[in-house]
Design a protein around this ligand. Structure first.
Ligand SMILES: [Zn+2]
Length: 115
């Protein structure tokens, strides 16, 4: 089912400590492409920054390679969500402006076919 209306309940505040997602993927607003994310899909898994922070809190001696391995399943969870969202016209990442405008119904998500 294609999603056409959006409410505040559809999104939660984005919190990615140390901007891990930004560094790994260069995440951008799903609508306009700016790299300042303020909100994400409320179905989203924990951000990679949150997961990394928890892992480091429990395993202070962990090295980067081990940390990356432990984050891996979370990366897949994000990929799955983003693929699913793309299929239903739901943005995964939103900047402040697009979040406001979507909820106000001032803009809509245009579905484009993959090339
Ligand atoms: Zn935007």
């Amino acid at each position: 089912m294609i999603k056409t209306t959006f409410t505040e309940e559809d999104f939660v505040k984005y919190n990615d400590p140390k901007n891990v997602m930004m560094q790994l993927f260069g995440v951008t607003c799903s609508v306009c492409g700016v790299d300042e994310i303020d909100f994400i899909d409320e179905k989203a898994p924990k951000t990679l920054g949150q997961v990394a922070e928890e892992i480091l809190a429990e395993n202070p001696e962990i090295d980067d390679e081990e940390l990356n391995e432990m984050i891996e399943p979370q990366i897949e969870a994000w990929q799955e969500l983003d693929d699913y969202n793309a299929s239903i016209g739901m943005p995964t990442f939103l900047c402040y402006n697009c979040h406001d405008q979507l909820i106000e119904g001032e803009i809509s998500i245009s579905m484009t076919e993959e090339e």
